[in-house]
Design a protein around this ligand. Structure first.
Ligand SMILES: [Fe+2]
Length: 361
């Protein structure tokens, strides 16, 4: 580039001191760039933001579209060929990145009658929330758990798992995985097994009975950073939020809500993802709320709207929607409704960065 001290024709005005310093800085930035350095003061406000900045957008996927399009994939590829026949729910603010929020993957998986999704394991943990169908199973850690709508199944870090459908109807569920977090740390491993299905040593429901009933087996570990329960069934959880509502234990923002808990330590079910189930009474008009977690919601029952940052998302059964971090949102229920939610709050809490806005508006 031209030097700031270059001579100029006499009739042009000589560059002032400000021009000089800017040219000197520019020349300096170019010189340090050759050494792999760059000035923090030029990017400070964008790397240390005053408030959370997100590319994640509020968005909803309606179940009639999901089901129609996922069913269509059944004629194009088998579960075995695909390994996992899943349509990714991609956030419009992050297309091409396989994520629903900045830290969570979401997809809808379908298993047709007689199909098997072969055994594998990976560092990423998964939550499966059953949307449709009855009688497909997830085999994980020696237990084959048959799933029903509203059930919430976990496969933790490195747990071998396979799925199959022994019923005569397709089964669809929402898969939520933490792999955007694992990949942020560049710490992903995965492997496949020779056998498509694993042998099981426990009866269906053993893990829930042993660990989720107010007792623990002798010899249960004192520390465990993920829950030993495989399937938190809707049949057990739904009546609990009903009781909460009847007892008047209704949060003004979240409704009558429970958090799925690890019975060993009372913490979240997985170290990277937490989940909850909330009952909103008919006519519920939730107060505005925001926190730093990015959340994925599923309407399990009912009908209503969630307003996120001024955008109204209208939901009905099995619709899936996203609330980005630090955006105000409020729920309204036209009918008595149940909302399931998953977020990255456990990761943020473990790192000491989770915050919520408790101001009333
Ligand atoms: Fe998997």
């Amino acid at each position: 580039m031209a030097s700031a001290t270059a001579t100029h024709p006499a009739e042009t005005k000589a560059p002032g001191p400000k021009h000089n310093i800017e040219a000197m800085r520019e020349e300096y930035y170019q010189r340090i760039a050759k050494h792999g350095m760059t000035p923090l003061w030029k990017v400070m406000s964008s790397v240390v933001t005053k408030e959370p900045v997100t590319r994640c957008q509020p968005v909803i996927w309606h179940y009639d579209d999901i089901k129609r399009l996922v069913m269509e994939s059944g004629g194009l590829i088998t579960a075995e060929e695909a390994e996992r026949r899943v349509l990714i729910l991609e956030n419009p603010g992050m297309r091409g990145e396989s994520r629903a929020t900045n830290t969570l993957f979401a997809g809808v998986q379908m298993i047709l009658p007689g199909e098997v999704a072969p055994a594998h394991r990976h560092v990423s943990s998964a939550i499966r929330f059953v949307l449709d169908g009855e009688g497909a199973y997830t085999a994980v850690e020696g237990e084959k758990s048959y799933m029903s709508p509203g059930d919430f199944v976990i496969t933790a870090n490195w747990a071998p798992h396979d799925h199959g459908n022994t019923s005569n109807k397709p089964m669809l569920w929402l898969d939520v995985l933490d792999f955007p977090q694992v990949n942020f740390f560049e710490a992903s491993f995965a492997e496949h097994f020779e056998e498509a299905t694993q042998s099981t040593s426990r009866a269906d429901g053993d893990s829930l009975a042993f660990y989720g009933s107010g007792v623990l087996p002798d010899g249960a570990p004192a520390h465990m950073n993920r829950s030993p329960v495989i399937n938190y069934t809707y049949a057990r959880t739904r009546p609990i939020i009903e009781r909460m509502m009847k007892a008047g234990d209704i949060d003004k923002r979240h409704g009558a809500r429970v958090r799925y808990a690890n019975p060993i330590n009372g913490g979240p079910v997985l170290p990277t993802m937490g989940a909850g189930l909330a009952l909103l009474p008919k006519g519920f008009k939730g107060e505005k709320y925001r926190s730093t977690e990015g959340s994925i919601f599923v309407c399990v029952e009912g009908r209503g709207t969630t307003t996120v940052d001024g955008k109204v998302l209208e939901w009905g059964p099995n619709d899936v929607f996203v609330v980005p971090p630090w955006k105000h949102f409020s729920h309204n229920a036209e009918k008595e409704s149940v909302l399931f939610s998953i977020s990255d709050r456990p990761s943020q809490e473990a790192l000491g960065i989770w915050r919520e806005d408790t101001r009333t508006h």
